[in-house]
Design a protein around this ligand. Structure first.
Ligand SMILES: NC(=O)c1ccc[n+]([C@@H]2O[C@H](COP(=O)([O-])OP(=O)(O)OC[C@H]3O[C@@H](n4cnc5c(N)ncnc54)[C@H](OP(=O)(O)O)[C@@H]3O)[C@@H](O)[C@H]2O)c1
Length: 237
């Protein structure tokens, strides 16, 4: 039997990159996976990949920085299957620039996509997790939530905020049997880098990060993985 057989997972930012890979890994572990991002076409590709592994998924396009849309999506998952048991707050975006050149709209979009989204999704699923006395939340932070990087003022600010949010959330809900994990990946080869001059061949793959996330979700109680930091071996990425 698969470790997550029948579990209901919700992966945000599941259309590509780390989120798509996490969705696939969770499906391989037996979970049913609700797929969310703003681009529906990318979710369809991921759904086909999950189907190829005989997995079950739901496509629910949604802007996870929009409260009403998030609450509607959580309800749709509950009505289709059951309340969310595993929430992967992965959706995120980055615009790299010196602070003096950072546009206000880019600051706002990173705060919305990287922090507010996690807050809204957690708030939408927590009442049912608390009622069930169990649940797993994984927030995809970043090493940029732990240490500063040049040209990453707004991104680092959003990820440091997400790390703080994650740590407080863990304190508040562990007594309800809910596990909260911060995953801090280093450089991973995805579209988030755009045309930034970083050597992609030295990065981790999205699948490698996803395997770590799946292992966190598969850990047998009473184990709670509080935090995992993974980075390419070179050490500077
Ligand atoms: N790649 C790295 O080196 C790295 C390292 C550490 C941490 N991370 C984090 O890992 C997460 C995934 O990043 P990635 O590298 O896989 O990037 P990516 O390939 O650009 O994927 C980002 C995903 O998030 C979705 N998304 C963004 N804003 C959203 C919103 N408001 N509502 C719904 N979906 C939204 C995107 O879809 P739409 O645009 O279609 O909505 C896309 O599916 C991010 O939180 C990122 O900060 C990445």
């Amino acid at each position: 039997m698969h470790k997550l057989e029948g579990a209901v997972a919700w992966v945000t930012g599941a259309g590509r990159g780390i989120g798509a890979a996490v969705a696939l890994e969770l499906a391989r572990a037996g979970s049913r996976v609700a797929l969310t991002s703003r681009s529906a076409d990318q979710l369809q590709t991921v759904q086909r990949q999950i189907q190829d592994h005989s997995g079950q998924s739901l496509i629910l396009p949604c802007d996870v920085s929009d409260r009403a849309a998030v609450e509607k999506t959580a309800l749709e998952i509950k009505n289709a299957w059951a309340p969310v048991q595993i929430l992967i707050n992965n959706a995120g975006s980055a615009v790299f620039a010196k602070i003096i050149q950072t546009r206000e709209e880019d600051w706002d979009s990173m705060m919305q996509n990287n922090v507010k989204s996690a807050f809204l999704c957690c708030r939408a699923v927590l009442p049912d997790m608390i009622a069930a006395g169990s649940g797993q939340i994984v927030n995809i932070v970043s090493i940029a939530g732990r240490q500063p990087y040049y040209n990453c003022g707004a991104y680092c600010a959003s990820k440091y905020a997400l790390q703080g949010f994650t740590d407080v959330l863990r304190m508040e809900v562990r007594k309800h049997g809910i596990r909260v994990t911060a995953v801090l990946p280093g450089a991973t080869d995805t579209a988030i880098w755009g045309d930034a001059h970083v050597e992609r061949s030295r990065m981790m793959s999205a699948q490698q990060v996803a395997q770590t996330v799946a292992a966190v979700c598969c850990a047998q109680p009473p184990v709670m993985v509080e935090e995992i930091l993974i980075r390419p071996q070179g050490g500077d990425l």
